[in-house]
Design a protein around this ligand. Structure first.
Ligand code: SAH
Ligand code: SF4
Length: 354
């Protein structure tokens, strides 16, 4: 069986021709898939029933996804859902909305997708890392997460404006399916989101970063650094293995050289672990002069007992970086009270089920 939501437009052209149909049917099919939210092949009324039958006979389907839980933050800006796919995979997706700027009528609506069920990387402060690794998601599962929120938004006259690969899992450890999903979501004949509106976040899989630099894609890249030296980083990211902080910075430089796009370094700030002024200076020192951007993420508390530093400490850390000529922002707090850090909702839900 093959899901129609993993078929790229070029592949759809071939498929339609093989079914003996005129080429324009391919566009009708894509238009229906990405703009009419069909739930099954029989919902595709835009194409003749003989063609629908032929698709089913050839093993094509639309995999169901069920929303099993939804939580909305008190301010209404963050919505987190748990989706169940037909193989029983349970996956988290988050929508974060930011008020429209004065010249825009729509809010910025960023969807945060998962690429794996669980994660093999085991970062100690991350709820997903602590649940272990279950499986890779397919491109169609990633696309479905975006379309699910796209449907919700379109009912109120809004649309998805940005996409971040910051949910459960490590996107570059599921490289081919992640890139297929990016191509489907950005293809003008499919979902049509701007490539520059997409950010892929990686814990630092270096061959994946180099591969991504060679793709003809304009996506942004974020590398989760969390520490300025190897000793501390290996405690927080136990699977960092032989990759040193220096290797990651070198990979980011290569990415910039190839693509012309600067890499953001993410740094989850954990109280008493990686938030000291000394570490901020060390970080400023290693990043100085290479045009890097640091995004500080005061951590969402998870089961590991880690806490976030207070606001004063976060700002002090930021100031040290700025004084050292390193561009540094603090992530806007979104949805902490609904367990918005990746993996938390699924962990809470599974505990409840058990
Ligand atoms: N695996 C990829 C992408 C998913 S995690 C990566 O690690 O980059 C997305 C971001 O959320 C990463 O920067 C990660 O460090 C961060 N994160 C994980 N757990 C968190 C927590 N409890 N609080 C704040 N940020 C967290
Ligand atoms: Fe995986 Fe990213 Fe969580 Fe680390 S932070 S365990 S890489 S999802």
């Amino acid at each position: 069986m093959a899901d129609l939501y993993r078929v790229l437009p070029e592949e759809m052209d071939v498929l339609v021709t093989e079914l003996g149909q005129p080429r324009y049917r391919s566009q009708q099919l894509l238009q229906a898939l990405y703009h009419e939210s069909p739930k099954k092949v029989s919902d595709l009324h835009q194409i003749p029933s003989s063609m629908r039958d032929a698709l089913v006979k050839d093993g094509y389907m639309i995999g169901p996804e069920n929303e099993v839980n939804r939580v909305i933050s008190k301010d209404g800006h963050t919505t987190k859902i748990l989706l169940k796919f037909d193989d029983n995979a349970l996956v988290e997706t988050v929508l974060m909305q930011y008020s429209p700027s004065q010249d825009k009528t729509h809010p910025r609506s960023t969807v945060c997708v998962s690429t794996q069920v669980g994660c093999p990387m085991g970062c100690v402060f991350c709820a997903t890392g602590q649940m272990g690794f279950e499986k890779n998601l397919k491109a169609e599962n990633i696309v479905s997460q975006v379309l699910h929120f796209s449907d919700i938004l379109s009912q109120r006259g809004e649309h998805v404006t940005n996409l971040v690969f910051m949910g459960m899992g490590e996107p570059l450890a599921n490289y081919d399916e992640t890139i297929r999903a990016v191509r489907l979501l950005t293809h003008p004949r499919a979902f049509g989101l701007g490539q520059r509106s997409i950010t892929i976040s990686t814990v630092g899989i270096i061959p994946g970063i180099d591969r991504l630099a060679d793709e003809d894609l304009q996506v942004k890249l974020a590398i989760s650094l969390h520490a300025p030296n190897d000793e501390l980083r290996r405690k927080l990211v136990p699977t960092a293995g032989p990759n040193s902080v220096g290797d990651l910075i070198a990979a980011a430089k290569r990415y910039f050289k190839k693509t012309g796009r600067r890499v953001t370094f993410e740094y989850a700030l954990i109280e008493g672990i990686n938030d000291s002024i000394k570490l901020a200076s060390e970080l400023a020192c290693i990043l100085k002069g290479n045009g890097a951007h640091v995004n500080l993420i005061p951590m969402n508390p998870t089961a590991g007992g880690f806490q976030r530093p207070d606001r004063k400490k976060v700002l002090a850390f930021q100031q040290v970086l700025r004084n050292g000529d390193v561009n540094c922002t603090v992530r806007v707090e979104k949805g902490a009270e609904i367990s918005a850090a990746c993996g938390q909702l699924r962990t809470d839900m599974i505990k409840k089920i058990r």
